[in-house]
Design a protein around this ligand. Structure first.
Ligand code: RNT
Ligand code: ZN
Length: 413
């Protein structure tokens, strides 16, 4: 332990905060890191373009072109991240040995290489059916009026559920299966009920195949709009919140998926009064669902604070951003470390004391203390945490990324 940490520890002690306990709690937080930052949501099926109203912008060199490159890049990112994390895969990242399987015919064996990868590194795996970047997803998926198309995507959901179950069985840790579909309307639809009724039936058929709820957490991710789907999103927040509550599954809140002045931090405690868990996609939306890299900004801090207040075991925590304009490994590292720093700030807050001040309506004191806490020496505690986890604390970690870029990424043409 360095002198600076010792000094910081004393400063926090004065407000009743135990820095050692905060470090220990942070070390126990697993974040499900999205694989898709490494290749701009490309996947391995040779998809020509990213569809579904989401977009990766930028042309920074060095994106992963195949499973080996993506795995090596994830390794590099993990080596610079403190803590033990999870990996979040999309169905479009299946690895085919001989014959290719379409999305509705995916099997656990198509993800065996990922399971081997996860086992070797002690990672848990989460999963997402991919309802975009496919010719059958041009119009709509689970809400489609074309019964053949809808059946195809229902089978994809069912196949994905089995794959998540396989992950849980192989790795001995529950797997989250997050369902997000892009279905929606550019112009005001003439009928909003029909598509939603079909989506409801499709979800019933997917979870209706039965699964072990202690092994797979099925989540549904709502959205307010996507590019080309500005007027109506079939899978809206109200739709999924009700669906999840009635069917014993969970909501996933992506903080890029609400109106800009809505705050996911404010939604977490409400959700948890009615559900034992809530799932999150932490991202940074700049003017729209732009999926910028997470930074240590007010929204992230607010979300992290609510996670800590709720209890770390109540929130299924994942990242979701894709920036192709900067080094992709640095993007992962900055994003995950920023989220961890936000959690540390929350863990270093005298939460009981702050609550008491609120309950006693000592609101001036509450404001004064909170403002003072902002300049407490969190950086010294962060450094101690990184060192205890064997990773570089300061900005020097970037040299490792630069070196990797020179030796590997720059050779990818
Ligand atoms: C899209 C959703 C969704 C995707 C990933 C790739 O708006 O946020 O979670 O980003 O599934
Ligand atoms: Zn998301």
């Amino acid at each position: 332990m360095g002198e600076r940490y010792d000094a910081a520890k004393e400063i926090y002690k004065k407000v009743g905060v135990d820095t050692d306990a905060a470090i220990k709690a942070l070390a126990g937080v697993s974040i499900s890191i999205h694989c898709w930052q490494g290749d701009d949501v490309g996947g391995f099926e040779g998809a020509k373009a990213l569809s579904g109203g989401i977009q990766t912008t930028g042309n920074y060199p060095g994106k992963a072109r195949n499973p080996d490159e993506l795995m090596a890049d994830i390794d590099k990112a993990l080596s610079l991240l403190p803590g033990k994390h999870r990996l979040n895969l999309h169905a479009s990242y299946a690895i085919f040995e001989d014959e290719i399987a379409d999305r509705d015919a995916l099997l656990p064996k198509h993800f065996k290489k990922w399971v081997d990868y996860a086992k070797e590194r002690g990672l848990g795996l989460d999963f997402n059916p991919t309802y975009f970047s496919h010719d059958k997803a041009d119009n709509a998926t689970l809400s489609s009026e074309d019964e053949e198309i809808r059946a195809f995507w229902i089978r994809h959901g069912q196949a994905s559920l089995r794959i998540a179950e396989y992950f849980a069985n192989e790795l001995g840790t529950p797997s989250t299966l997050d369902i997000w579909i892009p279905d929606g309307w550019k112009e005001t639809p003439a009928d909003r009920t029909g598509p939603r009724a079909r989506l409801k039936d499709s979800l019933d058929q997917i979870i209706g195949i039965g699964y072990d709820k202690s092994k797979v957490y099925v989540t549904v991710e709502s959205k307010v709009f996507g590019i080309g789907m500005e007027s109506c999103t079939v899978g809206s927040h109200e739709f999924y919140m009700n669906y999840a509550a009635k069917n014993g599954i969970y909501c996933l809140l992506d903080n890029g998926h609400y109106h800009p002045t809505e705050r996911v931090g404010d939604k977490i405690p409400s959700m948890l009064l009615f559900s034992d868990k809530v799932a999150l996609h932490v991202t940074r939306a700049v003017r729209w669902d732009s999926d910028h890299v997470i930074l240590l900004d007010d929204e992230t801090k607010d979300i992290a604070n609510e996670i800590v207040l709720a209890g770390l075991d109540k929130v299924i925590l994942a990242t979701d951003f894709f920036d192709a304009s900067i080094n992709r490994i640095a993007a992962w590292v900055v994003g995950v470390r920023s989220l961890q720093k936000a959690l540390l700030l929350a863990l270093l807050s005298p939460q009981e004391q702050l609550k008491k001040l609120q309950d006693e309506r000592r609101l001036t004191e509450l404001m004064v203390l909170r403002e003072e806490l902002k300049t407490f020496p969190v950086g010294d505690v962060w450094s101690e945490f990184c060192e205890s986890q064997g990773v570089i604390p300061g900005f020097e970690w970037f040299s490792a990324v630069e070196e990797y870029e020179k030796e590997h990424l720059s050779l990818r043409k």
